[in-house]
Design a protein around this ligand. Structure first.
Ligand code: CA2
Length: 144
């Protein structure tokens, strides 16, 4: 089973500022968690982070026919990107949305998720462990 983990803008800056919201772990810690999860669960996990909306759209399109499931944290594009929503709909690959913070308890502008409208599940407020939870949820969903 192949899972693509996508991260949007500034996720590569994790741990550098705002530890009260996003925790103290770094992007390198997230990459290590993904590798550990892949090994422990016998999954093929590819990860990609970009600060550019079109790059994320390209990566979703390129996943068509090659990837079984997508875990995506669109970061700030969560609240603005109809392009990422449309790309997820276009490829129709089961996708789980992850947010490190509990976006429900934050500013009003973070209450809408466009990509989330094309996702089969969302995990919020679980810190980096949310990625592991999303991968396991997706694996179970795809095995059903
Ligand atoms: O909680 C999440 O995972 C978010 O997707 C993270 C985004 C934010 O725009 C979303 O509303 C919720 C932010 C990504 C990381 O931003 C940083 C900001 C300061 C320091 C380090 C990273």
């Amino acid at each position: 089973m192949k899972i693509l983990v996508l991260n949007g803008p500034n996720i590569n800056m994790l741990g550098i500022r705002e530890p009260g919201i996003y925790g103290k772990s770094s992007f390198a810690d997230l990459l290590a968690l993904l590798e550990e999860t892949a090994k422990a669960e016998g999954l093929e996990i590819e990860q990609y982070q970009s600060n550019h909306e079109g790059d994320l759209v390209d990566k979703i399109q390129q996943a068509y026919g090659k990837v079984d499931g997508i875990v995506i944290n669109p970061a700030a594009y969560t609240h603005t990107s109809v392009a990422i929503l449309d790309a997820l709909k276009a490829v129709s690959i089961p996708a789980v949305e992850v947010h490190i913070s509990n976006v429900d308890a934050r500013e009003a502008f973070r209450q809408i998720s466009y990509p989330g409208m094309a996702c089969v599940h969302t995990i919020k407020g679980q810190g980096l462990d949310g990625y592991r939870q999303a991968i396991l949820w997706l694996r179970d969903h795809l095995s059903r």
